[in-house]
Design a protein. Structure first.
Length: 208
């Protein structure tokens, strides 16, 4: 079987996410709430989801297993994002981001235990170095203001687990599901959580 250029795909994904991370700060710094930004993001997933379905001739996998796995992936990702918004309201970003950026540890451990994935010594060295680099790159200098209690630690842990488990479930689902079907259910669950994002929005602060 012809090997897929997974490294190329990973580099493209990393580039896209990096550009997205840079651009998403622009509306937030202009006063546009992140929760409304999530709502817009969820809606913009509709066109690529339709394109994805077109690529598989609209043959969406709709058995119970596919719906369950796709929905779990979507809710873990989008739900984790909404929890992150609340976390940042309570806790310091310079601690929150380095912590949740280590979520790949959860994915690696679960893949090792349940999928029996193994890496060479060189591979493990790369993983360790990457895990060290991620929080260092995510670090932000402390700003004025202190964290509101310790609830933010629990919320940050939830995001950490949600995104780590999501990546594992995505890997697991990819063994039997089409990526296009997975993306469709991610889009659907993202839209389902839009009312939650709107409910979380502080419109009084937005108006001011």
């Amino acid at each position: 079987m012809k090997k897929r250029p997974w490294l190329l795909y990973a580099l493209i994904t990393t580039t896209f996410w990096g550009v997205w991370g840079a651009l998403i700060e622009i509306p937030e710094k202009a006063g546009f709430p992140a929760t409304l930004g999530y709502s817009v993001w969820a809606v913009t997933m509709i066109p690529p989801a339709l394109v994805a379905l077109k690529l598989i001739n609209w043959q969406l996998e709709h058995n119970t297993r596919a719906i369950f796995l796709g929905s779990v992936i979507g809710f873990l990702g989008a739900g984790g994002q909404l929890v992150l918004f609340e976390t940042l309201r309570m806790g310091p970003a310079y601690l929150v981001f380095p912590f949740i950026s280590l979520s790949p540890v959860v994915t690696i451990v679960m893949s090792y235990l349940f999928l029996k994935e193994r890496a060479s010594i060189r591979g493990w060295l790369g993983i360790v170095l990457a895990l060290i680099a991620i929080p260092l790159l995510s670090y932000q200098p402390p700003q004025n203001g202190s964290a509101q209690g310790y609830l933010w630690i629990v919320l940050a842990l939830l995001v950490f687990l949600a995104w780590g488990i999501q990546a594992y479930v995505m890997k697991f689902a990819n063994q039997t599901m089409k990526a296009e079907s997975i993306f469709f259910y991610m889009m659907l669950t993202g839209l389902v959580l839009v009312p939650v994002a709107i409910w979380m929005t502080d419109f009084l602060d937005f108006d001011s």
